[in-house]
Design a protein around this ligand. Structure first.
Ligand SMILES: [Zn+2]
Length: 225
């Protein structure tokens, strides 16, 4: 089940107060419509009843993809204490299940940005491994760098009309274009990359995670171009 509650919002435009539905958790199995809205739209923005302008209240949301054994916690804050609190409660929940004899295969990710929440939701929904995706981004970026192409600040995985790709975004947040998603590259990387079972604390999987992985496996991608 998804969990909703009423959140009280002060409109940043007219300062009027109102309340709206907030999503503490979104379950992809029980709420496919809401899940689709998160992946391809925006379930968070509402219109102020006083001035009709769009308002996007900020609050934490847990994305639960049961089919792909993935959970993504959006923290709504990059405060270390807030993040630590989210990790603690997730670990307590996992521990609770373990004590009940329920095997927890679920991957947990922590994100501090709703753009990242949507991106990871899409990745897991496609049945893909976000660690491999981050490595693909790192390798694509370094190839662009070598070719002296105009460098995007970042790449974001997207799916549009069932077509996978990466959108290139400049440091200033401008869309620069798209990079095709190469299925062969993905499957090659899946073959190359190994994950040890004790690497369970990969709560933050991003380009920095990929850089660390590459540092630990420096020659792994030498033949890839
Ligand atoms: Zn307003």
């Amino acid at each position: 089940m998804s969990k909703e509650r009423q959140v009280t919002v002060t409109c940043p435009h007219c300062k009027g107060k109102f309340s709206c539905t907030g999503w503490d958790s979104i379950n992809t199995e029980t709420d496919p419509t809401l899940a689709h809205q998160l992946m391809h739209g925006d379930p968070f923005t509402v219109h102020c009843p006083h001035c009709s302008r769009p308002v996007t209240p900020n609050y934490p949301t847990l994305w639960h993809d049961m089919k792909h054994h993935a959970m993504i916690q959006y923290t709504a804050s990059d405060d270390e204490d807030v993040i630590a609190e989210h990790i603690k409660s997730a670990e307590e929940a996992f521990e609770h299940f373990r004590k009940m004899g329920i095997t927890v295969k679920t991957e947990l990710r922590i994100v501090t940005d709703r753009v990242e929440l949507r991106e990871k939701a899409l990745i897991f929904n496609e049945g893909l491994d976000d660690r491999v995706i981050e490595m693909m981004k790192l390798i694509i970026l370094s190839t662009l760098d070598r070719q002296k192409d105009e460098m995007p600040g970042e790449l974001r995985f997207f799916v549009s009309n069932k077509e996978r790709g990466f959108v290139a975004v400049s440091d200033a947040g401008q869309l620069m274009g798209t990079v095709p998603f190469l299925n062969d590259m993905y499957s090659d990387f899946v073959q190359l990359m190994t994950f040890e079972d004790d690497e369970t604390d990969d709560y933050f999987v991003n380009i920095g995670w990929a850089a660390d992985y590459l540092q630990a496996h420096p020659t792994l991608f030498d033949d890839v171009d």
